[in-house]
Design a binder for this molecule. Structure first.
Ligand SMILES: [Zn+2]
Length: 211
């Protein structure tokens, strides 16, 4: 299994844990392993496993989040020439609702524009909700039956996209909140255990110092 990315405090603790495991192995070899050492070794091993599981879980959640942030495809085209072949994405812009969209430059027309849809699923939800409301309002005054039918069909499709998108985002948001909570607990535990091991190491160094 590939080792998940570790934070600095996690790496430091694992280094200390490895120091104590090595020492325990040495003590086993010389038959000097006391029950106190054994308990410490077990605690170290358990914490290391817990830490690696947490790091793997964090990597999976963040990776999922990263992939989710990229699910929106713009299919943008130039407002002047109506073509997409000379477009180059050159940044992002935030509109009055706080929704982020991609900006593009058309190298044929030498024009820059902001695409008319958000570039991420989180902003896409309120965007779609507003768009659906606008379409529904337009139906109130629409006389042309063909347009009415077309609009109703579009509304159904948009509502369908919305109802598929929303639960995916909710799940991801819940995962991130739970991860933050777990992260705080782990940081606290790492801090305490690291302090404890550092003190043990100092005691050991002092003890082993030749007279
Ligand atoms: Zn163009």
């Amino acid at each position: 299994m590939k080792q998940p990315a570790l934070k600095a405090n996690e790496r430091e603790l694992i280094k200390l844990i490895h120091f104590f495991s090595k020492r325990a192995q040495h003590l086993i070899a010389t038959g000097e392993l006391s029950s106190e050492h054994e308990q410490l070794t077990t605690a170290c091993h358990n914490l290391e496993q817990q830490l690696l599981t947490h790091a793997a879980n964090r990597a999976a959640i963040l990776d999922k989040r990263e992939r989710l942030s990229k699910i929106i495809e713009d299919n943008a085209y130039c407002p002047k020439c109506q073509k997409a072949d000379m477009l180059k994405r050159n940044g992002t812009a935030t509109n009055e609702h706080g929704w982020r969209s991609n900006t593009y430059r058309c190298r044929r027309c030498n024009t820059t524009f902001t695409w008319n849809r958000p570039n991420n699923p989180w902003d896409m939800v309120p965007f779609l909700e507003l768009y659906i409301r606008e379409l529904e309002q337009s139906l109130e005054t629409q006389q042309n039956q063909a347009v009415v039918e077309h609009t109703e069909e579009a509304i159904t499709q948009l509502q369908d996209s919305l109802s598929r998108l929303k639960p995916v985002l909710e799940t991801s948001n819940e995962e991130v909140i739970a991860l933050d909570q777990k992260e705080r607990e782990m940081d606290k535990m790492i801090h305490q255990f690291k302090n404890y091991l550092q003190i043990e190491k100092i005691k050991l160094d002092t003890y082993q110092e030749p007279e």
